[in-house]
Write a protein that binds this ligand. Structure first.
Ligand code: PAF
Length: 282
């Protein structure tokens, strides 16, 4: 098994990328916040298929956490993450510290317009500016040919695509389908906050989503179907539903009746843990 090289500075990252470029290798980038699970590993596997060299990044980005969110307790285990990345044959891990990413005096942010005003953007003000800022930095630091993002964070994926187009960033964005547990729950680093009882209950989310998508596909008005689904989520034990909306897949604006391409997107709490998911409708 080849060694996984780990670098912590932009200068060292650029030196390694320059070597890869000299050898003519295509480069794939997998940005993460660590606490890796099979969803992340699928991003790495996809990147391995398309590129001779794969770089993963681990950086828990404070700019995408709100003041009441879980930054301090966000799971961190770099050694375990590095072992998984090595096992998959990842070439390089870029794991900068806070000072390297946001040195004293850092004052620039990247904000993406309309796409960030709905759904997650309403529930988590500042989240997408934090994501867009760090992803722009990572793309400019590593200058990959392709970067890989999971469909699980569907709005994030659309925001990154928009930003890359708007800023003419020379990178292809590759979307990778959501990886699910046996009961359909989308894999997420935050699933590890769930107690065994909460984890069992969380399985109701994909089931209700799946059945709601089937109803929406019949072309009926969405609002009563969605109201019923919210009621079912509460009955199943979900504490709060931040949103459950049928949206146009490109604009992420709510639509009254399913039409191609549309998606059902949800954010709901089990205890203090916020779960998000989305399914294509038509
Ligand atoms: O999806 C994530 O893990 C993060 O939002 C990302 C893209 C790594 C930016 O910090």
């Amino acid at each position: 098994m080849p060694e996984l090289q780990i670098v912590r500075t932009v200068a060292d990252l650029r030196a390694v990328v320059a070597q890869y470029r000299r050898s003519g290798a295509g480069i794939g980038l997998v940005p993460t916040m660590g606490a890796l699970h099979d969803g992340h590993l699928t991003l790495v596997r996809s990147a391995k298929l398309d590129n001779a060299r794969v770089i993963a990044t681990i950086f828990v980005n404070p700019k995408q956490f709100g003041p009441t969110e879980d930054l301090a307790r966000y799971p961190r285990d770099e050694a375990a993450d590095a072992a998984m990345l090595k096992e998959l044959g990842t070439d390089l891990l870029f794991a900068p510290d806070l000072e390297e990413m946001y040195p004293e005096g850092f004052a620039t942010s990247v904000s993406v317009g309309a796409l960030t005003q709905s759904l997650e953007g309403l529930s988590r003000p500042g989240f997408f500016t934090g994501v867009a800022t760090v992803v722009t930095k990572l793309l400019l630091q590593a200058l990959p040919d392709r970067a890989y993002f999971g469909e699980k964070d569907f709005q994030q994926l659309q925001v990154v695509r928009r930003m890359v187009r708007d800023l003419n960033l020379p990178v292809g964005i590759v979307a990778v389908p959501t990886i699910r547990e046996a009961d359909g729950l989308a894999m997420s680093s935050r699933n590890r906050y769930l107690s065994p009882a909460q984890r069992k209950m969380a399985g109701a989310l994909p089931q209700i989503m799946h059945e709601t998508v089937a109803e929406l596909r019949n072309g009926q008005i969405a609002s009563p179907i969605i109201a019923k689904a919210k009621g079912r989520l509460h009955q199943a034990g979900f504490d709060r539903v931040d949103y459950l909306e049928l949206c146009d897949e490109t604009s992420l604006q709510p639509i009254p009746v399913a039409r191609a391409p549309s998606r059902l997107l949800v954010a709901a709490y089990v205890g203090g843990t916020r779960l998000i998911d989305n399914w294509p409708v038509v």
